[in-house]
Design a protein around this ligand. Structure first.
Ligand SMILES: Cc1ncc(COP(=O)(O)O)c(C=O)c1O
Length: 394
């Protein structure tokens, strides 16, 4: 099998698994219990908090554990909105191509009287700090803009956007789910007030994440109950997953440069090869993109069929995001960068990690053109294009 869907999820690392196993055997108590076993679990929890904070330039007090990226996004946005509402600020700035964890939370807030302004992301899938500066108003409660896009991999100028927000006194949240462990993060240097990350995107376990909130930004709780996480997130902490996440993030950060060099070379080989396919186009920024992200549109095919045929050859890939696959709507991300519906339906995302090899890339490079050719030959629409009855788009 060739796994090329690391933006959907990653395989857990040995370090993360060992840390979790060790925790389940040795420190499996409830961190709130007063006896030794509980206190050892508490120590493991706090040790993980410190190590995670160190990886992103935060203080341990700023780290709240959540069930993953979606919960962290929800809590960050709802907290900033509640804070804004207390000061009569009800304007929120974001972008058209955020993850649904952000967009759907914003939709909910719109229903509660907030005004949401989604900045256009242009052909390359980015926004500038200037666009943000021009959009900020007296009543802006929050700017929430992702660090890197999960579908097309474009990397946004987060530090510059953060600087604009800091200057204007507006809280800035970034969904760094696709960036953590793959791009450098320093919440202080990048002027980030609220940051979400999720362990399963950097070889950690699923169902665990972090909301990092700068001291002074009050969090509202989404889950009421016990006083865990300083009263900001009730529920017994998932200590094994938290410990696994710390091990995975530390490893990813320690190997960031080495992994980036290796993975981006594989990505560039894949992009160069797929670019040879006629009537195909790379989606996203060719230069400023996540090391492992490759995303193409192939005119005249359905992405779903391409995925099924790749699966037959043991290649795991994705069309649109994992969350939207299964729905027939074209990806909102591809529409937001200006791809027409017809072309957006023919998309393929391959997302690599440091465990992929050149041989795997070459296998993909053999499989994709063959399958695209096969699907096009079966398509009446394609025949119309070839005969000149209909125009090519790409
Ligand atoms: C950019 C982005 N934000 C949020 C999420 C949601 O994270 P989780 O699966 O941990 O809830 C994802 C997952 O695909 C993502 O890619």
């Amino acid at each position: 099998m060739i796994y090329a869907d690391n933006a959907a999820t990653t395989k857990m690392s040995g370090a993360a698994m060992n840390a979790m196993l060790n925790c389940m055997e040795e420190t499996w108590g409830n961190p709130s219990s007063l006896y030794g076993l509980g206190q050892r679990a508490k120590e493991a929890l706090e040790d993980a908090r410190e190590r995670i904070a160190a990886c992103i330039g935060a203080s341990p007090k700023e780290i709240t554990f959540t069930s993953g990226g979606s919960e962290a996004d929800n809590q960050a946005i709802c907290s900033a909105a509640a804070l804004g509402a207390r000061n009569r600020k009800r304007h929120i700035i974001s972008t058209t191509f955020e993850h649904h964890a952000v967009l759907h939370t914003l939709k909910k807030l719109e229903g509660e009287g907030f005004e949401v302004e989604l900045l256009p992301v242009g052909e390359l899938g980015t926004v500038t700090a200037r666009q943000v500066a021009e959009a900020v108003r007296e009543d802006t409660a929050l700017v929430t803009i992702m660090y890197a896009n999960n579908e097309i991999g474009s990397i946004l100028p987060i530090a510059e956007i953060g600087a604009v927000c800091r200057k204007q006194g507006v809280p800035f949240h970034t969904d760094a789910v696709q960036a953590a462990g793959h791009l450098p993060i320093d919440v202080k240097a990048q002027n980030i007030d609220l940051l979400s990350l999720s362990a399963h995107k950097f070889h950690g376990p699923k169902g665990i994440g972090v909301l990092c909130a700068r001291q002074g930004i009050p969090l509202s709780s989404l889950i009421e109950g016990g006083a865990q996480e300083r009263g900001k997130r009730a529920g017994t902490e998932n200590v094994p997953a938290i410990v696994g996440m710390a091990a995975a993030l530390e490893e990813a950060c320690a190997r960031l440069e080495e992994n980036t060099a290796k993975v981006s070379a594989l990505r560039d080989r894949l992009i160069a090869g797929l670019s040879q396919i006629p009537h195909a186009a790379l989606n996203g920024d060719p230069v400023n993109r996540l090391p492992g992200n490759v995303n193409f549109c192939f005119e005249g095919i359905e992405g779903e069929s391409l995925l099924l045929l790749l699966d037959d050859q043991g290649i795991c890939a994705s069309s649109g995001s994992a969350c939207t696959s299964g729905s027939l709507d074209p990806s909102h991300v591809l529409l937001s960068i200006g791809r027409p519906h017809e072309v957006a339906h023919g998309s393929l995302r391959l997302s690599l990690c440091e465990e992929n090899t050149e041989v795997e890339v070459d296998t993909i490079l053999k499989a994709v053109p063959e399958i695209v050719g096969y699907l096009r030959n079966m398509s009446p629409l394609w025949k119309d294009k070839v005969s000149g009855k209909k125009k090519f788009i790409l």
